[in-house]
Design a protein around this ligand. Structure first.
Ligand code: ADP
Ligand code: MG
Length: 564
């Protein structure tokens, strides 16, 4: 006897559903993209699991999707013969949000519909977008390999509750049936659905089938012919020649692989030949996801071997600091049963990672050169990650350094838009160092007393106040042959920047202050290493400096915070 259980959505789901229905109304077509994307993912997962266990195909190895319209019942059904779901999985995946960054997402909501729509888009609504057009959604599914009587039926009106029941479901995979809201009945139109599919889902590598329709002159309407037809291109987009793929297709594919519904900032698509043969289609998003700062968050590269999906989040294919990159790498000769452990140790993969890294650096260099506006967007979203790369990726350090942007005393604005190349081009005659100051906040850096002498002499200083900046300056020793020098460290030697009379004045000041220095040294004793006459101040009477080889004050504070 079938038993139906009623369950409550996780509180966040309920909240998301309400928000979404209102704010994504004008963008309602995305429901189809999301459901097709899930069905395609489900087929990819089955294909992968079947590599180790071919019996999962159950004599039905042709993976694909089917879209059915029922004008009388006013329903649209998206069906796949992919991996399917058990009852437990349906409860876990369709009743809760397990995504990382969920908390941050909810705390970022403002109540302003426009702004929230944007955030919801970034967060990704996935399956729940069904409720934009449906007032009832039925999901019927059976997991690949499970017996026919272990199917599940999940039903909800999107209002706080759903039911689950055990059902017989001979066919493997999932059917999602949308009972359309009265005002959405115009979607019950094969022509219109084809148009939406072509717009958003043409790149899906599996066939999407629909009932074929022909114009019936007597009925003056489209009538089903009884045949089925494939309505998308059904070829892996990245395997097609570049000249064959339109900008729109690239963008739609990005939204599928990145689970992001904004447009990408830029991308690169290349086929690499040689010792390692592989295709890369790599995207830079236009906005950072909610979990970007989590170094363990999922990475965005899908690994394929000869068109066969192998895994999501193949973190071995990109260095950690490039975790903002999304896309696909399709390798020609790797075993299909390759595991994460094997990837970890593979020299071939190391080479591919190095190739992908260089490709992204090239893409960013091109952007920095040809499209400052887009590069600024990139920098504001992901610049901190490139700063991580300065220490993480020694081999490419010089290239990364060129891509860095800083706030400086040139404008005293917190906006990070000065490159080291630009800094060097503005250096004073005789200046042989790149000067910087670090502080916990931008204001702290800008108002540092260490800057007084530099301001007086018109020497530009980098104002560093990101947490990762100490890491940058501890790894980046020089740029273009000029060493980086903290204005707060050691005896400040301005070298050629000081003229003869200043040198003399300094010597005189030092000898006349000798007594005072000795007295201070005695009074402060162990608390200090050394008391020195300084020339770095013009207005303040005194300041603390770190010794040349000691960690800077800011780094000391960080180490202390970390309990070191
Ligand atoms: P996402 O696709 O980003 O994971 P969704 O909200 O679109 O988020 O889907 C939630 C989860 O529900 C999926 O991760 C998957 O586990 C499950 N799911 C959705 N649709 C299907 C399907 N057609 N077949 C199997 N599992 C599915
Ligand atoms: Mg999805």
């Amino acid at each position: 006897q079938t038993q139906t259980e009623t369950k409550a959505f996780q509180a966040e789901v309920k909240q998301l559903l309400q928000l979404m229905i209102h704010s994504l109304y004008s963008n309602k077509e995305i429901f189809l993209r999301e459901l097709v994307s899930n069905a395609s993912d489900a087929c990819d997962k089955l294909r992968y699991e079947a590599l180790a266990n071919p019996s999962l195909f159950e004599n039905d190895p042709e993976l694909g999707l089917r879209i059915l319209l029922d004008a009388e019942a006013k329903t649209i059904t998206i069906a796949d013969n992919g991996i399917g779901m058990t009852k437990e999985e349906a409860i876990a995946h369709l009743g809760t949000i397990a995504k990382s960054g969920t908390k941050e997402f909810f705390s970022a909501l403002t109540g302003d519909a426009q702004k929230d729509a944007n955030l919801i888009g970034q967060f990704g609504v996935g399956f729940y977008s069904s409720f934009i057009v449906a007032d009832k959604v039925t999901v019927r599914s059976r997991k690949a390999g499970a017996p026919a009587n272990e199917g599940v039926e999940w039903v909800s009106a999107g209002e706080g509750e759903y039911t689950v029941a055990d059902i017989d479901h001979p066919g493997r995979g999932t059917e999602v049936t949308l009972h359309l809201r009265a005002e959405q009945e115009d979607l019950l139109n094969g022509w219109k659905l084809r148009e939406i599919l072509r717009k958003y889902s043409d790149h899906i590598a599996l066939p999407i089938r629909m009932a074929q329709e022909k114009w019936d002159e007597d009925a003056k309407a489209m009538k089903p012919t009884g045949e089925e037809e494939t309505v998308n291109q059904a070829s892996a987009l990245w395997a097609r020649p570049k000249s064959d793929v339109t900008e729109e297709e690239y963008k739609a594919f990005y939204q599928h692989v990145a689970h992001d519904y904004q447009e990408p900032l830029t991308w690169v698509h290349a086929k690499v030949e040689g010792r390692q043969e592989y295709t890369q289609l790599l995207y830079v998003p236009s906005q950072a996801p909610f979990d970007l700062w989590d170094r363990n968050a999922r990475h965005g590269i899908k690994l394929y071997v000869k068109r066969v999906f192998i895994m999501d989040d193949a973190e071995q294919l990109m260095p950690t600091y490039m975790r903002f990159v999304r896309g696909v790498v399709d390798v020609a000769d790797l075993p299909l049963n390759v595991s994460r452990e094997i990837l970890q140790e593979s020299k071939d993969i190391e080479q591919i990672r190095s190739g992908c890294t260089k490709r992204v650096l090239g893409l960013l260099e091109e952007l920095a050169e040809n499209n400052v506006e887009k590069y600024t967007t990139f920098w504001n979203q992901f610049g901190q990650l490139l700063k991580e790369g300065v220490g993480e990726d020694q081999a490419n350090q010089a290239r990364i350094a060129k891509l860095l942007r800083f706030a400086t005393t040139n404008t005293d604005s917190p906006e990070q838009n000065v490159s080291l190349t630009e800094y060097v081009s503005r250096m004073k005659p005789g200046q042989d160092k790149i000067y910087y100051v670090t502080a916990e906040t931008f204001q702290g850096a800008k108002n540092s007393p260490h800057l007084e002498i530099f301001r007086k002499k018109g020497i530009e200083v980098l104002l560093l106040s990101d947490r990762v900046d100490e890491w940058v300056v501890s790894h980046l020793r020089d740029f273009d042959g000029k060493s980086l020098q903290s204005v707060a460290k050691g005896g400040l030697d301005l070298g050629e920047l000081e003229d003869a009379s200043e040198k003399q004045a300094r010597a005189e000041a030092e000898s006349s202050a000798k007594d005072l220095v000795e007295r201070l040294q005695k009074a402060l004793g162990e608390k200090l290493k050394e008391v020195r006459v300084t020339h770095r101040l013009t207005d303040s009477p005194a300041c603390l400096v770190a010794d040349e080889h000691d960690p800077g004050a800011n780094l000391q504070r960080m180490l202390k915070m970390m309990g070191q």
